[in-house]
Design a protein around this ligand. Structure first.
Ligand code: BG6
Length: 502
């Protein structure tokens, strides 16, 4: 191995942090979509890497008796699809017990209590359930005497459906467990590129010095998915895309993009700064929703080369739930005043990609003559790509080589994670689940963050109810309703081109 490659490998091999202590992880909603698609595969991966201590256990709570026998088979099929060998699957399933508990019936918690016994392992309870079960589950765990002084609870997003319900949940949970043992999960915070945002900003003077309205013209955050409703009609149609994606994932990205430097990479220091960003978001109230937001719902179209149904057909009835949201927002701070921030997220869009695109201000004067003479001088653009092809890309203007007429074109400085580090980026849940067991809250949302995010979202929902009850249609497989293009183009800008980073 040559010296450069050796250096790269040393950089890549991120050492495990403090060892994970022995634990019992109890998953409510264990037969649900999230548990099967994300939680079990993440745990199996960590198991395969030898990170989970030998005596640790995973307890899957299911409501129906048929799931007690059926769940291990389902998990093992899922893990096989993910490429795990039969031996690894077998090793993982040895840690698993399936217990029948009806979250709402206190008398059914006895089985769990018995299963846990008197073990002193760290107990974590993952509530991968709708938010209306959070309070009864916490209360039932407490009254069954299952919570130990170190037990922690993990609450999936969205936490509630508005500020009032979020407060109610937070108050009820706080009566049972302290904030230091309450983990509100937003898996976007566990994504590698999202964590790298802080490193990009605060380990490089280059960007930090130009990270403000002085040099930045606009910021765009896009989280586009190609999937539709999947099997989540009951939840999604009630929640809608604003609650499902913007209140949490998109606002968390905005927070990490815009925060002031915390003095340390430590849970409360980071979270204090994130709350400040949320508080600085200019409210969008009443009829302002018509100017600053776009709601959309996909109709039929073509996705991944196949014809697909529209949202209402998938659902089986008409609905005014939005599956697409675009918002133009602003932060009222010295650093950010005057910089428009465009948020855009939707289901059944043309391509699956998530990124933050930062467009810098154009040069104040071209010494090269007109665009017709030498080519247009595009503003520099920094793309922080979350998925796919996660990495960072900087668009610069370059001279086309040759001795003829001067010609200037945009070209990319490209830093893709897979090529730069040569290692797989772990799934967000792999990192976050072991963080809970280690007791590290840095990548989890504190109560005030969640509530502040709802405080900004609630008026938008109220404005929609009054002024904007019907979403615009867009064809599945497109970039959303044309109004979303209008939202940015009427300010003389355009959405960043996702092809840049292919
Ligand atoms: C979840 C949302 O939180 O995030 C889903 O509830 C969405 O609707 C998912 O599909 C997207 O996550 P990822 O990691 O695939 O971008």
């Amino acid at each position: 191995m040559d010296a450069v490659a050796d250096h790269v490998v040393k950089l890549e091999a991120a050492p495990e942090r403090t060892p994970v202590p022995p634990f019992d992880l109890v998953i409510f909603g264990a037969s649900g979509d999230l548990a099967l698609r994300k939680l079990f595969p993440a745990l199996a991966q960590r198991n395969q890497e030898g990170v989970l201590p030998e005596e640790s256990r995973i307890l899957a709570m299911v409501r129906k008796s048929e799931d007690v026998a059926g769940l291990p088979g389902e998990i093992s099929r899922k893990l096989a699809e993910e490429g795990l060998s039969p031996a690894r699957i077998e090793a993982f399933l040895r840690r698993l017990s399936v217990v029948q508990v009806d979250a709402l019936k206190p008398e059914t918690y006895a089985g769990l209590r018995q299963e846990l016994g008197d073990s002193e392992r760290v107990r974590s309870f993952y509530l991968s359930t709708p938010p209306d079960l959070f309070i009864p589950i916490c209360e039932n765990l407490a009254s069954a005497g299952i919570l130990t002084p170190t037990s922690r609870v993990i609450l999936e997003k969205p936490l509630g459906r508005d500020l009032a319900s979020a407060r109610e949940i937070n108050d009820a949970v706080a009566r049972i467990l302290p904030e230091s043992r309450t983990y509100r999960i937003d898996h976007y915070l566990g994504k590698e590129t999202v964590q790298n945002l802080l490193v990009l900003r605060f380990a490089n003077t280059l960007f930090e010095r130009s990270w403000s309205s002085r040099d930045i013209d606009n910021v765009q955050i896009t989280v586009a998915e190609t999937v539709g409703l999947e099997s989540r009609a009951g939840y999604y149609d009630k929640a809608g895309h604003l609650r499902d994606m913007v209140q949490n994932h998109v606002l968390q990205l905005l927070c990490l993009f815009a925060i002031e430097p915390p003095n340390l990479l430590e849970a409360d220091a980071v979270r204090d700064e994130k709350v400040r960003v949320l508080k600085a978001l200019k409210p969008i109230v009443g009829p302002d929703v018509l100017r600053a937001t776009v709601r959309g719902q996909y109709g039929q179209g073509v996705s991944g080369g196949a014809r697909v149904h529209g949202y209402a057909e998938e659902l089986g009835h008409a609905s005014n739930t939005e599956t697409f949201v675009a918002i133009r927002c602003e932060l009222e701070t010295w650093r950010w005043a005057g910089v428009p921030i465009y948020l855009r997220t939707g289901k059944r869009m043309a391509q699956r990609y998530s990124e933050i695109a930062v467009t810098f201000k154009p040069v104040p004067h071209s010494i090269f003559g007109s665009a017709a003479d030498c080519g247009r001088l595009d503003a520099n653009r920094l793309i922080i790509r979350l998925q796919p092809n996660d990495g960072v890309q900087m668009q610069l203007m370059m001279k086309v080589p040759g001795s003829g007429k001067l010609k200037i074109v945009p070209r990319q400085l490209d830093l893709r994670y897979d090529t730069a580090f040569g290692v797989r980026s772990p799934d967000a849940y792999e990192r976050l689940l072991t963080d809970v067991i280690r007791g590290d809250q840095t990548l989890f949302m504190r109560r005030d963050e969640v509530e502040q995010a709802w405080a900004w979202i609630d008026p938008i929902i109220a404005g929609w109810q009054e002024y904007y009850p019907q979403p615009h249609r867009y064809a599945a497989g497109s970039w959303g309703p044309s109004q979303a293009i209008g939202l940015i183009e009427r300010e003389g800008r355009s959405w960043a081109d996702p092809e840049l980073m292919e």
